[in-house]
Design a protein around this ligand. Structure first.
Ligand code: P71
Length: 471
């Protein structure tokens, strides 16, 4: 056989390679457990990857939430924690950093994203209200519903089609929004719930043109816009790369301009901000601030820590400044894209274009012979673990839950498995292992029959539901 000359990825694509803007200073050993151990572990977990023990997982792509590697600067910040009950200096550092990069006036810290969702939903939503949004997120919609609101999806239709190549699939469909406003009245819409990027659509971004037009529309009707800024820095990268007029603007400038079209934001700092725990709510409206600041002491902690330790707030403030660096975000999204491009080239159905934080496998197409009420995405996540000890997350019918009115399953158009990439944690070799595992499971797809649900909790069922194999 002729000797093959190996080529780097860069050479294969006819360009010079780029690398991450960091080097590794400390490592956490991981190991692949045996096939028999994996068989037992996933059965014990009721075929639900949320119920696996992480010691049984080899490469953990369950989520990018709280799983990032902190920098040496952030760890140094941990040692600067001011654990005073009230008025910790780390709070003021955090407040100033959020004001600098996001531009909002007032800050309320929370333990994580859903704490902020809870405060905002309670502050603004009244029973009978409608909350339009660019696709639902599980915790966000639940808090809106618990406050008495009804969520209405106003994302563009392209977002529900995994093969559609629209570059800004997170965009709001302004016609859908305007007809909702006309139908229910602006006074029954407390705010538009805008997310950048859109997690459940595949990590898809919102364009600057769209948020600008949304702002103009909402201004006309007197409707506020609140932003789920959880992965907004990743969203800024897509604007810089793909939207006319932004190639020469910094990520920080794009982020600030985008936020300027909104009235406030909530944040799960466990994503973009490179920390393991934390969140916040930031608003411009003094009344909303007053209300949230009063509630935070009931549900989270004093208004200068909101459930975080002083050291957490310091690591978070430093994390924000690292997260908005252009070279950081290029490497982060670049790694996700690398995995996505491998799978695309091998013709494995994934959500296109590849989003910011994850590659989403299209379980509906991969297991086209498994009906949706046999949970194709749940099944695919279990099969991936069985093959290679890789943990992914179902984002389909199990995540969508039941309709509160009818009690039936909601049947979402997207039936996906999310391979979520933690920030600064895995190498290109890990991505290769993952890609090969997906291919092996894909090649064996015809043997799979699906699952049946044998236990279903009332709220956010995907976390704790249990399944059995259909044979
Ligand atoms: C993710 C998570 C964490 C999660 C949450 C629920 C089910 C499974 C996993 C959390 C988000 C998010 C967006 C856009 C608000 C939250 C809540 N995502 N908005 O993707 O993605 O934040 O987890 O800090 O409470 O794995 P929180």
């Amino acid at each position: 056989m002729a000797h093959l000359i190996p080529q780097t990825m860069g050479q294969q694509f006819g360009r010079r390679s780029w690398a991450e803007p960091w080097k590794i200073k400390m490592v956490e050993p991981i190991r692949l457990v045996s096939p028999a151990e994996r068989e037992k572990a996933i059965a014990d977990a009721g075929y639900n990857t949320f119920l696996l023990r992480s010691a049984d997982v080899y490469i953990d792509l369950l989520t990018d939430s709280g799983t990032s590697a902190m920098s040496d600067r952030q760890w140094a910040g941990i040692m600067l924690g001011d654990e005073a009950y009230a008025g910790s200096r780390n709070f003021y550092h955090l407040e100033e950093t959020v004001q600098t990069y996001y531009g909002y006036r007032y800050l309320v810290p929370t333990h994580q994203g859903r704490g902020a969702e809870h405060l905002l939903s309670k502050a603004l939503i009244k029973p009978g209200h409608y909350v339009p949004g660019n696709m639902y997120f599980t915790t966000t919609r639940l808090h809106q519903e618990l406050a008495g609101g009804t969520f209405v999806d106003v994302i563009i239709d392209e977002a529900h089609d995994p093969a559609n190549q629209h570059p800004f699939k997170g965009n709001v469909d302004l016609d859908k929004l305007e007809s909702l406003i006309k139908r229910v009245g602006a006074e029954n819409i407390p705010y538009v719930s805008l997310a950048g990027t859109v997690n459940m659509a595949g990590g898809q971004p919102v364009s600057m043109a769209n948020v600008r037009a949304l702002h103009a529309l909402c201004d006309r009707y007197g409707v506020r816009i609140y932003l789920d800024a959880t992965r907004m820095i990743e969203n800024a990268f897509f604007i810089q790369e793909g939207e006319e007029g932004y190639a020469d603007k910094s990520i920080a400038d794009i982020l600030k301009e985008f936020c300027g079209y909104t009235d406030g934001a909530w944040m799960s700092a466990k994503k973009d901000h490179l920390v393991n725990i934390g969140g916040w709510l930031a608003v411009n409206d003094e009344d909303v601030f007053e209300s949230a600041r009063n509630m935070v002491v009931v549900y989270e902690g004093l208004h200068t820590y909101g459930g975080m330790a002083g050291r957490d707030m310091e690591a978070l403030a430093i994390g924000i400044t690292e997260a908005v660096q252009d070279d950081h975000i290029r490497a982060r999204v670049g790694q996700v894209r690398y995995l996505g491009e491998l799978l695309t080239d091998w013709e494995i159905p994934i959500v296109q274009p590849v989003g910011g934080h994850a590659v989403f496998l299209d379980a509906k197409r991969i297991y086209s012979h498994v009906p949706q009420d046999r949970f194709p995405a749940q099944t695919l996540a279990a099969e991936l673990y069985l093959d290679s000890g890789i943990r992914a997350m179902e984002r389909g019918i199990v995540s969508a839950g039941r309709d509160p009115e009818t009690g039936d399953h909601r049947y979402p158009a997207l039936e996906l498995v999310r391979l979520t990439i933690p920030r600064r944690v895995y190498t290109q070799a890990h991505m290769d292992v993952v890609a090969e595992a997906v291919k092996a499971v894909y090649d064996a797809r015809d043997e799979t029959r699906g699952l049946k649900m044998v236990y279903e909790p009332k709220y956010l069922r995907f976390f704790q539901a249990r399944f059995e194999r259909i044979s």
